[in-house]
Design a protein around this ligand. Sequence first.
Ligand SMILES: [Zn+2]
Length: 171
Amino acid sequence: MGLIIRSSAIHAAGCYTTTAIRKGTRVAEYDGPRLRKEEADVAYEASPITYLFGLGDGSIVIDGHCMAMFINHSCNPNCETEEVRGRVWIKAIKNIAPGEEITYDYCLYDGGDDEAVCNCGAKKCRGTMYSPEEVRRRQAKAKKALKKGAKKQRSKPRAVKRVKALKSRTA
Ligand SMILES: [Zn+2]
């Protein structure tokens, strides 16, 4: 497969295909060392950039070290992720033309205070890279915090770790 990394309008660098890709094709594997969630929490507690991908129930994460780590998020993506026996693949959900940027929906969770603002430019951009379920969870949490009033809850350090997830995990 002809994948290249170059600058992207969505975010810094992106992953592009130089060849046509048929719908259903595995474009790349999201590969890298496997860490326990607790290990990743410690390692990336204050890191502004992470390339973590939660496997299964999220107790194990892949610390991305591969071509696929450069693939950007889009709310109207041309790929999705699938997990098969502990491995994660980026799979085309549309026919993709040469020169197009490869994207998938990150469905982020576990992002701490980070807003994870989305700049994908899609018509129906949801404004954030968090999964719809995570957005609801965060809104509920914010509401709860508001009800508690002036009680400050900033005992924990600001976490900015973000973890990507399968769409099916949060659907
Ligand atoms: Zn978007």
